[in-house]
Design a protein around this ligand. Structure first.
Ligand code: FAD
Length: 609
């Protein structure tokens, strides 16, 4: 994920054309491409290939023609100053500008989207992280990415994925060739396939997933806004009482306990674990039922849909829409500090802190009535405010939640023959159930050019493989040790991938690895972490913080807030955050007294969980 390399090459190098790709086979250890300059000099392919060097294979992105906006007025007071242009920050900004609020998004990098951005190399378009896109359907209310784009007058063509994912799970006595299950877009087709693997559990399987539908169907009729706003919640209750009561009965539940009510087979329960793990990075016991309801049903309702041109198109469209609606999105805007001021609390002597703006690394100051942080909670509080000012609620959060591992990622361009016969975009590999939660245990494989051929030159495909990994495995290495370790782990990963992609190693024409250090550096995420995971059994969704914080005027958005990781999830948090901010700015109706009492109740339940 050498995002910066790609972007910084914008002015210095000519674009790599498709014709620059080699047509003969490349040795595995050094994925090779002809040096761009040789092609440029002679106008044809050179027979002699050179070892892959990032400088030799950059495809300028953003393209040189695109002016990167780095400026925004500093002489105004914004309604909201947003730190970070990941999907959480952009979703919030889109909702706010759509309601006429004055907003600036300050993004450290050169592109919008954060973990859901994309970058280009050697004619290939690679998704930084996400490529399994929920929330892009056309019906219901949980299609929040679609709705978010619409809020700023945008839409994106998508390609429907026939499956969410294909699992390739460990061998066992019952499954000597391994347990292979496709999660089909059609719910009944998925239940039939899973039922064929576990015929004695057919009824339990249906009963469990039907429970998930109860959650999803309830959510999918509600207008999804801030769960911290009682006036809106009561309004929803008045029009959809049954849906609200169903959700209320599930808010404190975790998926594992619901699964065990219906399913007894230990191997099938492990399958439910990995169904959760692939997006929550924890087992079913630690995954709130509300989240599972969203994920396990939207894949069949709206389906998994791939945005044409790459996942990064979503962030790009949102950023353009925000600007069109009068907002500002400034890149290369590294926020170093959230500025706080003291103010009177209530009527008495007590004082409290209020966020009033931010200071950038280059010294610029942006002032706002509110500050919204899309950085992780650790980067926000310890990084931008200071450990000594950590509010009690944040200390308690750090007891309930810990940082999840990061990922080791491998982005590859391969000859089309490698994917011959495959039609499914997402695959999960695990060889040993005992290693599901270990570093480099589960392998995630995405093949998005199967859905959108524009991501690769004709005759080639894009392969993105990643596996959880800890930053500690990559610290204290000399540059040569670091490169050697990257090469070794890449080779091991490719060997494992041969189970799904036989002939992969011979078919690679481009290979670039990203480690947890790469994630930390280019995504500005503490330890490169994927986000918070519970360190003990949570009280369902009630343990996760929402958008407000103990510092007045400071809000958090993104995967450090409910409902957690995943693009549609962080967009949901953006909808909630924007709504709460609009209420606090007096732009949406609210009942302040009830608000405060309800806020205190939520915090008390959360802090005690
Ligand atoms: C490898 C991988 C695969 C994934 N696959 C999927 C998938 O298939 N489907 C799915 O739905 N989800 C997937 N996810 C998860 C999903 O991408 C994330 O949960 C989501 O994009 C997080 O969004 P966010 O806005 O909370 O944070 P981020 O994406 O981290 O965005 C935060 C932004 O804030 C900026 N920032 C941080 N600090 C500062 C600062 N001080 N100043 C200025 N800017 C700052 C960062 O540069 C970044 O752009 C994946 C994630 C990874 C890493």
């Amino acid at each position: 994920m050498q995002l910066a390399n790609a972007a910084f090459s914008a002015t210095s190098r000519a674009p790599t054309s498709c014709s620059a790709l080699p047509r003969s086979s490349a040795p595995l250890r050094h994925a090779v491409l002809p040096h761009q300059n040789l092609v440029a000099e002679t106008g044809r392919l050179q027979p002699k290939h050179r070892s892959l060097k990032p400088e030799a294979t950059k495809t300028p992105y953003p393209p040189p023609s695109r002016v990167i906006q780095t400026d925004a007025p500093t002489d105004v007071e914004y309604d909201a100053v947003i730190v970070g242009g990941g999907m959480g920050g952009l979703a919030t900004a889109a909702q706010l500008v759509a309601k006429g609020a004055k907003v600036v998004v300050l993004e450290k990098y050169l592109l919008p989207g954060g973990s859901a951005a994309h970058f280009k190399r050697a004619g290939f378009t690679f998704d930084v992280g996400s490529s399994m896109m929920f929330g892009m359907g056309q019906e219901g209310t949980t299609n929040l990415i679609t709705k978010c784009l619409q809020a700023v007058g945008r839409q994106l063509p998508t390609v429907p994925d026939p499956t969410q994912v294909v699992y390739h799970l460990p061998k066992s006595e019952r499954f000597p060739q391994g347990l292979h299950v496709s999660v089909w877009r059609r719910y009944e087709a998925f239940l039939t396939e899973l039922g064929e693997r576990f015929p004695h559990e057919r009824a339990g399987i249906r009963a469990f997933y039907d429970e998930c539908w109860k959650v999803f169907n309830s959510l999918n009729v509600l207008e999804l806004k801030s769960l911290e706003e009682p006036r809106y919640l009561l309004g929803q209750f008045a029009v959809q009482p049954l849906a609200c009561l169903t959700l209320a009965s599930m808010v404190a539940a975790n998926t594992g306990e619901v699964a065990r009510r219906h399913i007894k087979d230990p191997e099938l329960l492990r399958f439910i674990d990995i169904e959760c793990f692939i997006w929550s990075t924890v087992s079913a016991d630690l995954t709130p039922m509300i989240n599972s309801g969203m994920v396990f049903c939207d894949r069949h309702f709206g389906g998994i849909n791939y945005p044409v041109g790459g996942v990064g198109r979503i962030g790009e469209e949102l950023a353009e829409g925000i600007i069109e609606h009068g907002g500002h999105v400034a890149y290369k805007a590294h926020v170093k500090e959230i500025l706080l001021a003291e103010e009177a609390a209530g009527g008495g002597e007590q004082r409290q802190q209020r966020a009033v703006g931010v200071r950038l690394a280059d010294g610029r100051v942006f002032r706002g009535k509110t500050v919204i942080s899309n950085a992780t909670r650790w980067d926000t509080f310890e990084g931008l405010i200071g450990e000594d000012k950590l509010p009690t609620s944040e200390k308690l959060f750090r007891q309930r939640y810990k940082k999840s591992p990061s990922f080791f990622s491998l982005h590859m361009g391969v000859r089309a023959e490698v994917l011959r016969g495959l039609s499914d975009c997402h695959h999960i590999l695990l060889e040993d159930w005992g290693k599901m939660e270990d570093a480099r245990g589960v392998v995630f494989l995405s093949l998005p050019s199967l859905l959108d051929p524009s991501l690769a030159p004709p005759g080639y495909h894009v392969v993105h493989a990643f596996t959880p990994d800890w930053i500690d495995n990559w610290q204290d290495l000399s540059p040569s040790e670091y490169e050697a370790a990257k090469e070794a782990v890449s080779d091991q990963l490719c060997e494992r991938l041969e189970a799904v992609l036989p002939g992969l190693r011979e078919g690679i024409v481009f290979r670039e690895a990203g480690t947890p250090r790469t994630h930390r550096r280019y995504l500005s995420r503490v330890d490169g972490s994927y986000g918070p995971i519970p360190s003990r059994r949570p009280l369902g969704m009630l343990s996760m913080p929402l958008n407000t914080t103990d510092i007045r005027g400071l809000y958090c958005v993104g995967d450090s807030t409910f409902p957690g990781q995943g693009v549609n999830a962080v967009v949901f948090s953006g909808f909630g955050c924007a709504h709460r901010v609009l209420c606090d700015l007096g732009r949406e109706p609210t009942w302040p007294l009830l608000d405060q009492a309800y806020g205190r109740l939520l915090a008390a339940v959360r802090n005690a969980s």
